[in-house]
Design a protein around this ligand. Structure first.
Ligand code: ARG
Length: 579
């Protein structure tokens, strides 16, 4: 249940009943100290200030109108006029029982279903996916999964970069490596090397460079031979990406690819429309939109080129066409873009033009959710020892082999095959969790040691907590379906864990609203550590535990386990019964 929303409505109603105008919000937030209860409503303070009355007196009036008997065991006034709210055990028990055997864990589906178009991963196909693509792929995928879980309509858009002048050089080189008219698979096995070779020839060989330029023109003109070569190159590059998505457990499929080239036909219309509306004007042969909205300090409007002097289109032009397609044809309520923070200015420009030109509908919310860079230990962008870009596929392989090493130190009765499967889930999970758990807006330092540890907020720790619950059930020879849906709260740790579990829906609300997977990571870590403290304080399988208590604690443990599983699934991280 949405606790914050529920409390907010109730406090707001009490405030109105106490004579406070409705424009003063209740400001309900989680309390930061247990002695202040579970939630605090701070809105009375601001209202008292505006109404020039004594805040404590006003809070007393509000409290007199506030009936939270169904959810809270205590409400009190604290400090200058805060209202502290303590959730009741009875209510927590109700929530726990409602979650048990509910695959949605008590999380309701969105009342207002939104169409969310999510642009993520979107690699350039000229090269292989490298670590720079990790963040967009996994942050975007986590948000997509969470939105879908909430019941929103999600449309994934993999805006792959499959167009541009590099492709002239690539297909010219591809043609030269072909034997007997068909593609030599090995030449493209390593796209990075292939790109480097093509680039070197382009720089060194006059004739090759000429041919490459000629192929760009031909490709743009729809030449059959060039188009065919380009398609073959793209196909192989897409397959490379798909392998990475598979490894990464990212839900992007073929049908989600809407590459840059898909907008080619739209581009002249975009320019024509901008010209018709007087937004694009000619400047030194190019078509330029001047944005007063984004003027510099001297008041000079910011120029954004939408068509080059030779007639060529730009990255921005394609994004304008994409805004139009997503808002108008896909009828988006929200368009979320998961793109590196270094493209913030670009996004701001296209959003501004998109709105101004009416490519975006009035209702659509255009949102760039930027993220920082993954850094090496030296504080510089993550590179190989030799200073090259780290291929994503190789990074993931290394993580799995490090996970194998980490797990080999544990005693296990798993077969070699099962162990390999566990290592894969731990290795991939570790890289993902380490990344997703950082506030996406900042840069972060990539560190194998901290991410592949059973201590702290890591994937292995959470996966381990999951297996811990499983082992309790295994040891008891009990399944969840054997249990009575009956919960009681005796110890503080039980209450604390149930309170945490009841906040799953609230957490998801923030996660999808702000596009912040790190909030879900932090939440799941608290669930796991809450479970550990609970398990330490509340014996389950000991002989002297009575059957009602044992049953209740097993239900609580099960709810914690299912919350971990569902939460990790939303992050695209797998769990296992044993490790
Ligand atoms: N292909 C671009 C890059 O690798 C990212 C595209 C992001 N999406 C967009 N609509 N601009 O930098």
């Amino acid at each position: 249940m949405k606790i914050k929303q529920y409390l907010s409505e109730r406090v707001q109603a009490a405030m109105v009943a106490a004579g406070i105008p409705a424009e003063h919000g209740p400001h309900v937030a989680l309390s930061n100290k247990p002695q202040f209860g579970d939630y605090q409503a701070n809105g009375v303070l601001g209202a008292a200030k505006a109404l020039k009355t004594n805040p404590r007196e006003l809070a007393t009036k509000v409290l007199a109108e506030l009936d939270l008997a169904d959810i809270a065991e205590k409400t009190e006034i604290a400090g200058p006029g805060f209202i502290n709210i303590f959730l009741s055990k009875e209510w927590l028990v109700q929530q726990a029982q409602a979650s048990f055997q509910d695959p949605r864990l008590g999380v309701a589906k969105a009342e207002q279903v939104q169409t969310c178009v999510v642009d993520y991963s979107s690699p350039n196909l000229a090269k292989e996916m490298h670590v720079g693509h990790l963040r967009s792929s996994i942050i975007g995928d986590a948000i997509v999964r969470a939105l879908e879980f909430q019941g929103h309509k999600v449309i994934r858009q993999n805006h792959m970069g499959d167009w541009g002048t590099q492709f002239g050089m690539l297909i010219a080189h591809l043609e030269d490596t072909m034997a007997g008219g068909s593609i030599d698979g090995t030449a493209l096995a390593d796209l990075e090397t292939f790109y480097r070779e093509a680039k070197k020839r382009f720089d060194d060989e006059e004739a090759f460079a000429t041919k490459a330029r000629d192929y760009v023109v031909k490709l743009q003109g729809g030449d059959e031979r060039c188009t065919e070569l380009w398609q073959q190159f793209i196909e192989i590059s897409v397959q490379h990406s798909e392998e990475v998505y598979d490894k990464l457990n990212v839900t992007l499929e073929r049908e989600h690819i809407k590459p840059e080239s898909a907008y080619n036909e739209q581009l002249p219309k975009v320019i024509a429309s901008l010209q018709d509306q007087g937004l694009a004007v000619e400047d030194q042969g190019a078509q330029v939109v001047f944005l007063e909205e984004m003027a510099d300090k001297e008041g000079n409007p910011m120029p954004v080129i939408v068509q080059k002097s030779g007639g060529g289109y730009l990255y921005a032009t394609t994004d304008l066409a994409a805004i139009q397609y997503r808002s108008q044809e896909l009828d988006a309520d929200r368009c979320l873009y998961f793109i590196d923070a270094r493209q913030s200015l670009h996004m701001q420009q296209v959003f501004t033009i998109g709105k101004k030109a009416g490519f975006a509908t009035d209702k659509v919310s255009l949102e760039h959710h930027p993220f920082g860079t993954m850094m090496g230990e030296d504080g510089k962008p993550f590179k190989t020892r030799a200073g090259g870009t780290v291929k994503l596929a190789e990074l993931l392989e290394e993580s799995v082999s490090r996970a194998t090493e980490l797990l080999s130190k544990r005693e296990t009765d798993l077969t070699a095959e099962q162990q390999a499967e566990v290592a894969r889930k731990v290795g991939i999970g570790a890289v993902k969790f380490a990344d997703l758990s950082k506030n996406r807006t900042s840069d972060y330092i990539f560190n194998w040691k901290t991410m592949l540890s059973f201590e702290g907020a890591t994937a292995p720790y959470l996966q381990y907590a999951y297996t811990r619950v499983q082992s309790i059930f295994d040891k008891a020879g009990i399944q969840a379906s054997d249990l009575e849906n009956n919960v009681q709260v005796i110890e503080e740790q039980e209450k604390a864990l149930l309170t945490k579990l009841a906040q799953f829906e609230d957490t998801l609300e923030t996660v999808t609203r702000e596009a912040y997977p790190h909030m879900l990571c932090a939440y799941l870590y608290e669930v796991a550590s809450g479970f550990m403290s609970f398990y330490e304080a509340c014996p389950i399988l000991k002989d002297d535990v009575d059957s009602v208590t044992k049953n209740s604690r097993l239900v609580i443990a099960y709810n914690a386990q299912q919350t971990l599983k569902t939460g990790l699934e939303l992050l695209g991280i797998e769990t296992m019964d044993k490790m």
